[in-house]
Each structure stands twice: as structure tokens, then as C-alpha cells.
Design a binder for this molecule. Structure first.
Ligand SMILES: Cc1cc2nc3c(=O)[nH]c(=O)nc-3n(C[C@H](O)[C@H](O)[C@H](O)COP(=O)(O)O)c2cc1C
Length: 368
């Protein structure tokens, strides 16, 4: 059994990535029930919603699950008078889905403290974080409660910082991946390392188990990740297209029909760089040149994206997907899971490494 499996209490080193705003308790539970680790994205969820989601998940599975939060980076804007100006710039999109231009809210997102208080009550097996190194207090409190902490790195320097910060494992996510680039040391545009180059360098730099993410959608990608030294994989796009996912039909169809070079990294939808299909709304907002800072842009576009999603209007939604979208061919979580599990080698490379470390009496920590 590899380090990661023992560490997370799972049978297969396969993790369903969290989908902030688009996670589904059914999909999360399905992956955990299959013997992997289902993650649930809690971006934007307040304490009550986190507690309700935790109860739903617990009713569906008693296997380990992960929940995911975005750490504050300190550059987040609060609601301010600019809100009205940026909201007006998006007026045609509100009109197209039949909703009013939204007034300024009191807050865009709940505080980290509010989210953590609720997460401690939910008691997930794993807390995964993006956009930074969790504080020592957070890691300590999680460990005190028996919760593993997983960080997310887009560069070697971020991986080293996370390992030094005491995470139990980390996701190394290449630029192929769907959704936000979760870079925190340098601008996302300057942190675009591909999975194939990133994973072995991170494996060489840290002594915690490394989970490869970005561009993995079938057994070949899984086998490659293990050959590069990963102890597990985190997969998003392939699971997002399944019937258990919260993605609507327009989104699932788009994953099946968008070529790798038709996905794009854009700040248009949230104010932060993220990968998805370059659909009409992305092109229009990029052409306008008017993009509010995060999280104002995310909140503002969210008001028409939700309505567009309900109306199955793919042109006005965020069609998040990664460059491996054309590899997606299965319709259920079980089928995707079986395909991925077929790529896991019998003896994961981390077995050999952990023996080496144990012999050398090394403590798991950042190297160099
Ligand atoms: C809709 C969507 C939302 C996502 N939200 C988050 C998130 O909130 N937190 C996170 O750590 N990763 C998030 N991701 C990234 C995935 O969890 C996963 O790491 C990524 O999709 C892996 O790359 P792949 O799509 O090539 O498999 C998101 C991905 C998608 C498609």
C-alpha cells in the first residue's frame, strides 16, 4: 500500500478534484464509495451551507471525503462603489438571462473563520486548500482533530513552501488543468508549468506524497503520473462530464466537443486566471477589456451564470474544462473510476521512496 493510500485511508490513490461552485454530493460520495477520495469544493459556502453539505455527504457515504477551501490571499476586494460600474458593464448578460443587474451585497464571500468553524463540525478525513500555505494554527487544529491537510502547488517553490508549512500531502497541478490556476507566490501567468515537467521536479523537491493533477483523464495519464513519481492522481474534467456531476447538459456536451486548443486561460469570468472553453461570454468580456478584480468579477458574473446554467445556455456559462477534455469518453463515475484505476501500477513508486526515507531516518519535510 502506498503512503498516500495509508495516509488518506483509501483503497485506490485516485482523487476526485473539488469543483468550487459545481461540486455534487452524489459525485463526491460515488468516488469515495468506489475506494478513492471524493472531494467537495466549498468556495463561497457559508457556515450553514457547509454544515448542510456535510450532513448530506455523511448520509451518502461513511468513507473518507475531502473538502476544499480557497485561502485568502489578501488581494480580495470588498464590495465598494466600483461594484455598480462593473455590474453595468455586464448588463447585456443579465438581460439575456432575464435577471436584474445585481445591487451591491454586504459581502462577496464568507470569512475563512466561518468556513473553518463549520468544517471542524463536519469532520472530513481531508481538508484540501488552494491559493496559499495554510497557517500553522490551521494545520495544528486539523491534525488535533485527525484531519489530513493537503496543499496545492503550481510551481516547485510553492510545493516547497507548502511542505515547510506542514501539509501532509500536496497536489502538483499543471497548466493543463481545468478551473483556476491556484498560484500564490508569483502571478498565475508566470507560473504555467505543465504536469509532465512539474510532477517529477516537485517529487524531487519535497518528502510528502505528491498527487499529480492536470490533463489526466484515462489509464495512460495515471500510469504516466506514477512513472513521474506521483503517489496519486487528482482528476477533474473526466468526472465533471459524468451523470453524477452538477454540470448541466450544455457543459457536459461542451466537454465532449471542445478541442484541447479551444480551451483558454482567462481572467474574464472571475478576475483570476482559469481554464475553460473560450465561449461567447469569455470572448465578449475579454474584448470589452472591463474585468473587475477578484472576487467582485466572480460574484458579478455568477449572477448571470447561475441563471444561464438553469436555462442550459452554454454560451453564457463558465464552461470550465481542461486540455484533456477530448479524452473524456465515459458517462458514469464508476466507469471513469475503473478506467483510471486500471492505470495505477501494482507497486507505486512512493513505496520504494518511503522505505528509503525510513531507512535514512528522514522526517517527512521539505528538502532544499
Ligand atoms: C468547475 C471546476 C471547479 C474547480 N474548482 C476547484 C476548487 O474550488 N478548488 C480546487 O482545488 N480545484 C478546483 N478545480 C480543479 C480540479 O479540482 C482538478 O484539480 C482539475 O480539474 C484537474 O485537472 P483536469 O481537469 O485536467 O483533470 C476545479 C475544476 C473545475 C473543472
Amino acid at each position: 500500500m502506498s503512503d498516500l493510500r495509508a495516509l488518506l485511508g483509501i483503497e485506490h490513490p485516485i482523487i476526485l478534484g473539488p469543483f468550487g461552485g459545481l461540486s455534487s454530493t452524489t459525485l463526491t460520495a460515488a468516488v469515495s464509495e468506489a475506494g478513492g477520495l471524493g472531494s467537495f469544493g466549498l468556495y463561497g459556502y457559508d457556515g450553514d451551507r457547509i454544515r448542510a453539505t456535510g450532513a448530506e455527504l455523511r448520509a451518502l457515504t461513511d468513507r473518507p471525503i475531502a473538502v476544499n477551501i480557497w485561502l485568502p490571499m489578501g488581494d480580495e476586494v470588498e464590495p465598494n462603489p466600483q461594484h455598480t460600474v462593473f455590474a453595468q458593464a455586464l448588463q447585456p448578460f443579465y438581460e439575456a438571462v432575464g435577471v436584474d443587474v445585481p445591487a451591491r451585497p454586504e459581502r462577496y464571500n464568507p470569512s475563512l473563520e466561518e468556513q473553518l468553524d463549520a468544517i471542524w463540525e463536519v469532520e472530513p478525513a481531508v481538508l484540501s486548500v488552494v491559493f496559499g500555505v495554510p497557517s500553522a494554527a490551521l494545520v495544528e487544529e486539523a491534525h488535533r482533530r485527525g484531519i489530513r491537510v493537503v496543499g496545492t502547488a503550481t510551481t516547485v517553490a510553492e510545493a516547497v513552501a507548502l511542505a515547510e508549512g506542514g501539509v501532509d500531502a500536496l497536489v502538483a497541478t499543471g497548466a493543463e488543468a481545468a478551473g483556476h490556476r491556484v498560484s500564490f507566490l508569483r502571478p498565475a501567468e508566470e507560473s504555467l508549468v505543465g504536469t509532465f515537467a512539474l510532477v517529477p521536479q516537485v517529487v524531487d523537491a519535497v518528502d510528502v506524497p505528491v498527487i499529480a493533477a492536470g490533463g489526466i483523464a484515462d489509464r495512460r495519464g495515471v500510469a504516466a503520473a506514477f512513472a513521474l513519481g506521483a503517489s496519486g492522481v487528482q482528476v477533474g474534467t473526466a468526472f465533471l462530464a459524468t451523470s453524477e456531476s452538477a454540470a448541466n447538459q450544455a457543459h457536459r456536451d461542451a466537454i465532449r466537443t471542445t478541442a484541447a486548443d479551444e480551451t483558454v486561460l482567462t481572467r474574464a469570468m472571475s478576475g483570476r486566471l482559469a481554464r475553460g472553453a473560450r465561449n461567447r461570454v469569455v470572448r465578449a468580456i475579454e474584448a470589452s477589456g472591463t474585468i473587475a478584480p477578484f472576487p467582485m468579477q466572480n460574484w458579478l458574473t455568477g449572477r448571470f451564470r447561475t441563471a444561464a446554467g438553469e436555462q442550459n445556455l452554454g454560451a453564457l456559462q463558465s464552461l470550465w474544462m481542461g486540455q484533456a477534455a477530448p479524452l473524456v469518453e465515459y458517462d458514469t463515475a464508476a466507469e471513469v473510476f475503473a478506467e483510471l484505476a486500471a492505470g495505477v501500477p501494482d507497486a507505486a513508486p512512493s513505496d520504494a521512496r518511503s522505505d528509503e526515507n525510513r531507512n535514512a531516518g528522514e522526517e517527512p519535510a521539505a528538502r532544499g
